[in-house]
Design a protein around this ligand. Structure first.
Ligand SMILES: Nc1ncnc2c1ncn2[C@@H]1O[C@H](COP(=O)(O)OP(=O)(O)O)[C@@H](O)[C@H]1O
Ligand SMILES: [Mg+2]
Length: 337
């Protein structure tokens, strides 16, 4: 036995198990692979966004994680269990907002939220939940008489009233007006503050940028990019692009040294009223990066050697000093006729 005075080994902070762990997930419909070797790890306490075009396999994946669809193959662990065989206790720990609303019985908002709360061992206060999703004025309204956006907020209320550890939100803000979307974002962030892990799918890249700690871009049933929203696509894709015009043509160059490039342009390009014509420096947005990721993958899938509509030259980062940049040829933005 250890004596009371012996120093105890300090166990270091325990890293909680991932909330979601998926490897090699596959699901086919007929001959079509909706999910095709997808890997995904969502840490406890984070907001994780699944991005991707329609038909990428996001909903299929989420519904497998929720236990509503059975995969063909792959390993899936959600809160430590396989959703395909998990029990009611497991189900009470997750909250679900599906992409398509379920049919609604002839019940009012308040009746529904109060009713669903009774299924859970430690629900939130249903009236507070109705407040938090902004439906207090509609508490007595029958669900089927709500507008699309109100109906969606009711879905969210039903997803969170059970006080879940893990919340699935499949395109939760479709049909929201901008103000409703903003208040929904605040709600999601406050849920994370309270310790809820959230897996979100969204079409709105600003939503992912605002909410997500990490995001995965899914295409053709697999993850093609993964990272924090402001790091997605890697350093190269994030470099600023300098645009200008000369000789009647538009030019663009991606560079880690925009100041040096602008200085060089000011010296080399014929100025108009003392300005480099068409000069602008743009830092790619998440949307730009996303579109180039999706485009790149589609192009690779089609074995296209064609660079696409635009070819932006890249000045590489690392050891390139301003002097090197100054001697590099000025690139041209080729626009296909
Ligand atoms: N129940 C189903 N039966 C047949 N095909 C389906 C079914 N559900 C989804 N699919 C197909 O699987 C692919 C992925 O769909 P889905 O997971 O809904 O993608 P996303 O949510 O990314 O738009 C699509 O091609 C879709 O048509
Ligand atoms: Mg979907």
């Amino acid at each position: 036995m250890t004596s009371p005075s012996a120093p105890q080994p300090s166990p270091g902070p325990a890293r909680p198990a991932p909330a979601i762990s998926v490897t090699g997930l596959r699901k086919t419909y007929g001959s079509h692979a909706a999910v095709d070797g997808l890997d995904l790890h969502v840490e406890t306490g984070e907001i994780f966004a699944l991005l991707g075009p329609n038909g990428a396999g996001k909903t299929t994946t989420v519904e497998i994680l929720e236990g509503f669809r059975v995969p063909d193959s792959g390993t899936v662990r959600v809160l430590g269990e396989d959703p395909a065989s998990a029990d009611r206790a497991w189900r009470s720990r997750i909250g679900v907002v599906m992409q398509d609303s379920r049919d609604t019985p002839e019940l009012s908002v308040a009746e529904l939220v109060h009713h669903v709360a009774t299924y859970y061992p430690s629900p939130r206060d249903p009236d507070e939940v109705i407040d938090v999703v902004g439906l207090r004025a509609k508490a007595g309204t029958r669900a089927r008489q709500l507008s699309g956006g109100q109906r969606r907020r009711l879905d969210v209320a039903l997803g969170i009233v059970g006080n879940p550890e893990l919340l699935f939100l499949d395109e939760p803000t479709t049909g929201f007006d901008p103000q409703a979307r903003r208040s929904f974002w605040e709600l999601v962030l406050s849920l994370r503050e309270g310790g809820t892990t959230i897996l979100l799918t969204t079409h709105y890249l600003d939503e992912a940028a605002h909410l997500a700690d990490r995001a995965a871009v899914v295409q053709d049933g697999r993850v093609v990019a993964l990272g924090a929203p402001d790091e997605l696509g890697g350093v190269q894709a994030r470099l600023p692009v300098v645009h200008w015009e000369s000789g009647g043509q538009a030019h663009a160059e991606r560079t880690s040294h925009p100041t040096a490039l602008v200085a060089r342009l000011a010296a080399e390009v014929p100025l108009v009223d003392g300005e480099v014509p068409g000069l602008r420096v743009e830092r790619p947005s998440l949307e730009d990066v996303y579109l180039s990721l999706i485009g790149d993958t589609a192009a690779r899938a089609a074995h296209a050697g064609d660079p696409g509509d635009h070819a932006v030259t890249t000045t590489s980062n690392t050891s390139t000093a301003a002097g090197t940049a100054a001697s590099a040829p000025i690139a041209r933005l080729e626009t296909k006729p």
